[in-house]
Design a protein around this ligand. Structure first.
Ligand code: DSN
Length: 441
């Protein structure tokens, strides 16, 4: 960053601080990771300056001979890694990718079915405040109280509402997704099945989660979570998708441009290519296995310290703690107190949550970033220990129902944790451990 340092001291300073924040603390947000320096180099390369509306061999701008090769390489690598016949690597991120998919296969007003946001789905799976529920008729499905998919409800809703597309996958699902069960229902209802594997794409690529490719017509993956690439997304059409509609790939391409996007971000596409190359190596398979092993260790260690987990554990990279045994709406307090010691895990709703999304009763955490830094069993135990100490320190805090009282308490809580000697001590411990596990070079 030697150039920014000279030309823009303010941004340089902030970027340096963010680097230090990531280095000195620990990212436990399950959707975050640390990309390799090779990925970051591709992002910061000169191809970032180039316009390339269109697709390889058919662009609206000159000067794209090299861009064509970069995009083609990324596409071919994705096809080989996931075993699909068609890929579009241009979506700016997961949300526009899902919008593109719906607009490719659904007329406005037709029905989409996805997991309710508060049950672990995503905004773009038809949440009531998302455009996906304004352009299309959204029929959400839910999980059971124990956190498992309610396949009876999914089948009943699918046969009743005949959705054009059913989305499986989400943002807070700690267990293996039964793609075959979703496919059976989608096929019976005559719907497209979209597997949104944004969270688990690296686990699928690394052989740690079953692939949806045999079951779904469409697969959407963001590239920056367990796949450890740049922020971006890919839309894949499977052979099953092409059998249902041979023009599905073409429809996806048109939905991206001219439908929703303009020029692709070629630097991101180059970085996706780099990440896909990395994900095809044996070392990445080892990484994916360690992500899951670490998540299981962490889950067991948390349970051993009295934490209640949604579904009682995990099969993948994430764990969802249900904090309701000590009071509803306490996710924010845990999230804020953990941040004070350098552990970033995010507040999250839990099944049947009696609180609201801003003050949810759960905490979501995952191991992709810690595993990238080389952490293992000993560190997972240590993290669980730190979390138990923090939970104990703030066990007296309860979220008031009254809005004024709530705001006053939050203010007081933030002041309290800013000056707490025990949290300061824990923060030093976290920093000392993190020093031994540098970010990727
Ligand atoms: N925001 C992402 C997550 O944290 O899961 C989903 O888009």
């Amino acid at each position: 960053m030697k150039n920014i340092q000279v030309t823009d001291a303010a941004i340089f300073e902030l970027l340096a601080q963010e680097g230090a924040r990531q280095t000195d603390g620990l990212t436990l947000i399950p959707s975050e990771n640390h990309a390799s320096t090779a990925v970051l180099e591709a992002l910061a390369s000169r191809i970032s300056d180039k316009y390339a509306e269109g697709y390889p061999g058919k662009r609206y701008y000159p000067g794209n001979e090299i861009a064509d090769q970069v995009e083609t390489l990324a596409i071919e690598r994705a096809k080989a890694l996931f075993g699909v016949p068609f890929v579009n690597v241009q979506p700016y991120s997961g949300s526009p990718a899902n919008l593109a998919i719906y607009s490719a296969v659904c007329e406005p007003g037709e029905t989409i079915m996805g997991l309710n946001l508060l049950d672990g789905g995503h905004l773009t799976h038809g949440w009531k405040f998302s455009m996906t529920s304004k352009f299309w008729n959204s029929v959400p499905y839910h999980v059971l109280q124990d956190g498992s998919m309610d396949f009876e409800e999914i089948r009943r809703l699918a046969l009743e509402h005949k959705p054009k597309i059913i989305v499986c996958g989400g943002t807070a699902i700690p267990r293996t997704i039964d793609f075959a069960a979703f496919a059976k229902i989608a096929d019976e209802a005559g719907a497209y099945l979209l597997a949104d594997i944004s969270h688990i794409s690296g686990l699928v690529a690394g052989g740690q989660h079953p692939s949806p490719v045999e079951h779904a017509h469409l697969v959407m993956a963001t590239t920056h979570k367990t796949l450890r690439g740049p922020r971006g997304a890919m839309i894949m059409v499977t052979q099953k998708g092409l059998d249902k509609d041979p023009e599905l790939g073409e429809k996806i391409n048109k939905a991206i441009i001219p439908g929703l996007q303009g020029g692709p971000h070629l630097n991101t596409i180059a970085a996706i290519g780099v990440a896909l190359h990395e994900a095809a190596q044996t070392a990445f398979k080892d990484y994916a296995a360690k992500v899951v092993a670490n998540a299981k260790t962490l889950a067991n260690e948390l349970k051993a310290r009295g934490f209640k987990l949604v579904t009682d554990g995990t099969d993948n990279h994430l764990t969802l703690i249900d904090l309701t045994p000590s009071g509803i709406g306490r996710g924010m307090f845990m999230d804020l107190a953990l941040e004070k010691i350098g552990l970033c895990a995010n507040r999250n709703m839990v099944p049947g949550d009696q609180s609201t999304p801003f003050y949810p009763s759960g905490l979501r955490l995952g191991t992709p970033a810690a595993t990238t830094r080389g952490m293992g069993e000993a560190e997972m135990k240590q993290i669980a220990q730190w979390m138990a100490k923090v939970a104990d320190l703030i066990k007296d805090v309860q979220l008031p129902g009254d809005k004024e009282a709530r705001l006053a308490l939050i203010k007081e809580f933030k002041h309290r944790i800013a000056n707490d000697a025990e949290l300061t001590k824990l923060c030093k411990e976290v920093k000392d451990v993190c020093e031994n596990f540098p970010l990727p070079k």
